[in-house]
Design a protein around this ligand. Sequence first.
Ligand code: CTP
Ligand SMILES: C[C@](O)(CO)[C@H](O)COP(=O)(O)O
Length: 254
Amino acid sequence: MSDDSRPSPPAGSPTARTAAVIPAAGRGVRLGPGAPKALRALGGTPMLIHAVRAMAASRAVSLVVVVAPPEGAAEVRSLLDAHALPERTDFLVVPGGQSRQESVKIGLDALPPGHDIVLVHDAARPLVPVDTVDAVIEAVRDGAPAVVPALPLADTVKQVEPAGTPGEPEPVVATPERSLLRAVQTPQGFDRATLVRAHETVTGEVTDDAGMVEQLGLSVVAVPGHEEAFKVTRPLDLVLAEAVLARRRLNDGF
Ligand SMILES: Nc1ccn([C@@H]2O[C@H](COP(=O)(O)OP(=O)(O)OP(=O)(O)O)[C@@H](O)[C@H]2O)c(=O)n1
Ligand SMILES: C[C@](O)(CO)[C@H](O)COP(=O)(O)O
């Protein structure tokens, strides 16, 4: 276990310690029936374990807090014990909440003192490369209160008047300038005090944590994301994730 009694350096310090919160308490309704999404297998290993390894792969990350499905916290603890994980990293498991936002808040509340940079990473993004994780941490160390990995869009995006009934035609009302848009991934990185303040202050629904920081009027910066950091949301995403993992294993020779 690490010593949390020593005074912690600020997030901008090169020695600031980083913790990762992994919200993993969702059901995965869009993926279809089965176990909670984070516990479903990818290449024979639960998706959550891939996500935990992806965070722990960064030498900067000294603590990973897993926010487990409420009824699955004991199972998650056993899974962490059963899989090889870096010894330099500590792990905590807490039961999650009703929404992603609530689960992240629970994870944040469980963080011990001494970690001044916090990453929030979806369990549903099991294949994010360590270089992306490190780029996010570096941007927080460089002074950004909130950092998102992001990619340009391949498709043109339309704003519509949503139809009341699914499948009904929807009037298009605008075509935002695509070159100004980015698809945002995780891990998102934060100066801890900023993220805590955002979660204590913002009450409306948001779809990502950086959005809460934007609502505080603070700046959020985007760094390059990675194609392999995609979110496993629908069945086809799982097919893609299996293919990416198989290619990695082939390249690594096992
Ligand atoms: N109450 C919730 C809901 C979601 N999440 C987590 O937030 C991440 C991103 O959410 P998403 O991909 O939407 O997962 P689900 O909510 O499980 O998916 P769905 O909406 O299809 O049910 C996932 O790692 C998920 O486990 C969470 O910790 N607690
Ligand atoms: C946080 C996120 O992954 C950034 O793209 C995304 O907003 C989560 O959305 P979801 O609807 O909870 O999957």
